[in-house]
Design a protein around this ligand. Structure first.
Ligand code: KG4
Ligand code: ZN
Length: 339
């Protein structure tokens, strides 16, 4: 029988289930939680409740779309962490119940490794090239901003990380002060298309090594709004597109400059991106242009594999299954899981 892995992702505010069969993705169902938009960010308690409601229908749909039943699943892979504890508990408990009921093994996946390994998710009838080890991954999401040196499927080293906010948080917090709702990244991305990125200048951090910082940019953005609104109360509405374009340009420049430094220091010229912010159109375009100019080889995943999804968890689970790496049934989720 083919190896069929059911993947479960519930680390933040997306409940997702996917099936990978013999390394090929058969289904990837994602239920996003609209409940947080009114609060300008993810409310952990509401996230766990929504996961609790969504998990069974989402798994059901993933199995149906894959044309399989629970009895066909060889192992269940789940996100153990890092993430919100209450959210992780839902996915982990579901995986335990599913594994026990079916008498099948359970596989733990680190959420960040899942994002990195989303590069290796193959879809039926869509041939694509895999990156070669070693490569660098720029992982940019609402919770993480890291440059990871990937030596093998599960041999990764974080060589740069944020010392304060994540890149996605910078998008979300600035969107919140402009009254744009949550998540802010996609809305800023949309407005930025019509704006002039040179209209405003925001502070870029001067952080040594390969680390990032976004809290200074957030403050600089806030002060610009505060000062300009004193003279022009409608400042945000009147200049929304330019504000978004300038902010996005600054965030993308910070990311690309550090990535270029990482390439210089490691000599590794193969680059992948992952995490929700990797869906940003300017980041994708700038990375492709920079790669062409500098002779890097970049792998830019489809947007559906950059934000949180269970395809990456099922895919990572598949490689662990082949290595026989199974989790103990008493394993607990870990909100601060490291690798
Ligand atoms: O990976 P993800 O779905 O969840 C986390 O693990 O955090 O990332 C969510 C983040 C949010 O901060 C959201 O604003 C950002 O990704 N994001 C974007 C875009 N789409 C999502 N940021 C900028 N441009 C986008 N198009
Ligand atoms: Zn994520």
């Amino acid at each position: 029988m083919e190896v069929n892995i059911l993947g479960i992702e519930s680390s933040c505010d997306d409940t997702s289930a996917a099936v990978v069969s013999g390394g090929v993705l058969l289904s990837n169902v994602i239920a996003s939680q609209a409940v947080h938009s009114a609060y300008g960010g993810v409310v952990p308690e509401l996230a766990s409740r929504a996961h609790q409601q969504n998990i069974i229908p989402v798994v059901d749909q993933a199995l149906k779309q894959a044309g399989l039943t629970a009895n066909d699943i060889s192992a269940v892979a789940f996100t153990r962490g890092p993430g919100l504890l209450g959210s992780l508990i839902v996915g982990c408990s579901f995986a335990k119940g599913f594994a026990l009921a079916g008498g099948i093994p359970m596989i733990e996946v680190n959420h960040l490794q899942g994002h990195v390994l989303s590069q290796f998710v193959h879809e039926k009838d869509k041939p694509k090239e895999d990156p070669q080890f070693p490569f660098l991954t720029l992982l940019v999401s609402g919770g993480h901003t890291q440059i990871i040196k990937v030596k093998d499927y599960f041999d990764m080293e974080i060589i740069g990380t944020t010392i304060d906010d994540a890149a996605g948080e910078a998008f979300d917090k600035c969107a919140k002060v402009m009254g744009l709702g949550y998540p802010g990244g996609p809305v800023i991305d949309k407005h930025a298309h019509q704006g002039n990125h040179e209209a405003f200048h925001f502070a870029k951090p001067n952080i040594p090594g390969l680390d990032f910082s976004f809290s200074g940019l957030k403050t600089s953005f806030l002060y610009t709004l505060r000062d300009r609104m004193k003279e022009e109360p409608d400042f945000i509405d009147t200049h929304l597109d330019d504000l978004c374009a300038s902010l996005q340009y600054t965030i993308v420049s910070i990311l690309i400059e550090k990535l270029a430094k990482a390439v210089r220091e490691t000599g590794i010229r193969q680059i992948t991106i992952g995490g929700g912010v990797a869906a940003n159109s300017e980041l994708r375009d700038t990375l492709s242009e920079t790669a062409k100019r500098r002779g890097w080889k970049v792998f830019i995943p489809e947007r559906k594999f950059t934000t949180d999804n269970a395809a990456m968890i099922a895919g990572a689970g598949y490689y662990k299954y082949l290595k026989g790496e199974f989790a103990a049934m008493d394993l607990a989720p870990d909100a601060r899981l490291k690798f």
